[in-house]
Design a protein around this ligand. Structure first.
Ligand SMILES: Cc1ncc(COP(=O)(O)O)c(C=O)c1O
Length: 461
């Protein structure tokens, strides 16, 4: 099976060349390797022109991924494009920088002893989640085997709002998913519902900071406390992994008093996406374990490093070093205060914009953007002649990509729009989005009936 996009119809078998290259009559096949070379300017122009059809990344308020970095960071990245992260021996300083980033994160996430914490970079939170989940599974298996008990039916407990990477983890590594459905106005995992699903085969509970659906933080401290009580009653010790894809780079700066991290002894590991609120271009993620005990030794492979051996834990082998270096650039350049300012600005834009959207009349906020700088809103129940999908499509006409999606099981009746505020999304851009939203309303209000329905595929990011 080829993994290709099913919807885009291609105009024909050949690519066209722009007239100014005097190659208009040349045939360039679209789907097979051309027979010969072409001048680099022509190749560049053809691809550049085609990519104009991609949306404008800065107007994409669907994505959590960084769409702007400083030119100095871009320069550093270009200097590192040729460095392979796995070649620790050839690029020892890149390896050193990766380790420094892990120490910085362990410290930021309050590991009891940041030097004892262990972790690595990944291609994103998805790979980080696989590694975190694998460590949970292996620890559970070791414990069961040591107790002389069967270790054949592992399960993992999480909210139905988990990002698809956790469904992949469960599917790829044969772990039963115990998903807590949404209920009423509870759109994420509750401590009580999580504990109800735990037993001796539970490898861990995943708590999300914050939910991809609406930007809300899950109650990590309450979940840990409930699992403490569960352990006192049953003797079963269930560790917690925090999926901090976005929030692990927000909460330390904006909610320093909130306990969600290694301050809670039950939190075994945390992941984040360096390319989300770590403020790096895509593909870098991080996973950190609270101490060496939380990451079983037999998952680690050793690679040569300056004549010595260095531990690695990864799904990929070759991987670019540029993003890791860019992450370190941000850490040095911004420091704690800089991150606090960037994330604080994002939260200010998100909360102000959500408040103004609420004032427009037809919308009802599900979240305000006061946890992740992300908020979801729906249409009031008396609006029947247009849907959130119509709103999303109307905004698309002006270039805005504001996703509309239905909620999962138990709340399939609820359809919402979501706005992700990221670095580079200014008050000015927020005002322009608001103005465009305001402008679309009279037209939508005149509509006889809904024009757009949810896409058959549910929304995953
Ligand atoms: C909570 C959560 N976990 C995991 C992921 C996957 O992250 P990545 O795209 O870095 O693989 C996302 C992406 O949006 C997310 O929101």
């Amino acid at each position: 099976m080829t993994l290709k996009h099913p919807k885009i119809a291609q105009p024909g078998p050949d690519l066209a060349v722009a007239p100014h290259f005097n190659l208009e009559t040349t045939t360039i096949p679209r789907h097979v390797l051309p027979e010969g070379e072409m001048p680099p300017d022509v190749a560049y122009q053809i691809i550049h022109d085609e990519l104009m059809l991609d949306g404008n990344a800065r107007l994409n308020v669907a994505t959590f991924v960084s769409t702007w970095m400083e030119p100095q960071a871009e320069r550093l990245m270009a200097e590192c494009f040729d460095k392979n992260m796995i070649d620790k021996d050839e690029y020892p300083q890149t390896a050193e920088i990766e380790m420094r980033c892990v120490n910085i994160l362990a410290n930021l996430w309050r590991a009891p002893d940041a030097d004892e914490a262990t972790g690595c970079s990944t291609t994103g939170s998805s790979e980080a989640a696989m590694l975190g989940g694998l460590a949970l599974k292996r620890r559970w298996r070791q414990r069961r085997t040591a107790e002389g008990k069967p270790a054949v039916k592992p399960n993992i407990v999480m909210g139905i709002n988990v990002q698809i990477c956790w469904e992949k983890f469960a599917n790829y590594w044969d772990v039963e998913m115990r998903l807590v459905p949404m209920a009423g106005d509870r759109f994420n995992l509750s401590a009580e519902e999580a504990v109800k699903r735990c037993d001796e085969n539970t490898i861990g509970v995943v708590a999300i900071l914050g939910s991809t659906f609406d930007g809300s933080y899950e109650p990590v401290r309450e979940i840990c406390a409930a699992l403490d009580a569960f352990q006192s009653e049953s003797g079963i010790d269930v560790p917690v992994h925090v999926d901090g894809a976005s929030g692990a780079m927000i909460a330390p700066f904006l909610d320093p008093k909130l306990e969600w991290d290694f301050r809670l002894p039950r939190v075994a590991s945390i992941n984040t996406s360096g390319h989300k609120y770590g403020l790096v271009y895509p593909g870098v993620g991080w996973v950190v374990w609270r101490d060496a005990h939380a990451l079983p030794e037999d998952l680690i492979f050793w690679v040569n490093y300056l004549g010595d051996n260095m531990p690695t834990f990864a799904l990929n082998f070759s991987r670019p070093g540029a993003q890791v270096v860019a992450q370190y650039y941000n850490f040095l350049r911004l420091g704690y205060d800089g991150y606090r300012q960037v994330q604080g600005y994002g939260r200010e834009v998100a909360t102000l914009l959500s408040a103004k959207i609420a004032e427009l009349g037809p919308f009802e906020l599900l979240t305000r953007g006061d946890e992740l700088p992300v908020f979801a809103f729906t249409l009031k129940s008396d609006v029947e002649n247009y849907t959130v999908f119509d709103v999303s499509n109307a905004l698309r006409e002006r270039g805005w990509q504001v996703p509309a999606y239905t909620f999962p099981k138990n709340r399939e009746d609820l359809a919402a729009l979501r706005v992700v505020v990221r670095r580079g999304f200014t008050h000015d851009l927020a005002d322009m989005l608001l103005a465009d939203l305001t402008r679309t309303l009279p037209r939508l209000e005149k509509q006889q009936e809904p024009m757009h329905e949810p896409a058959a595929e549910s929304f995953h990011h």
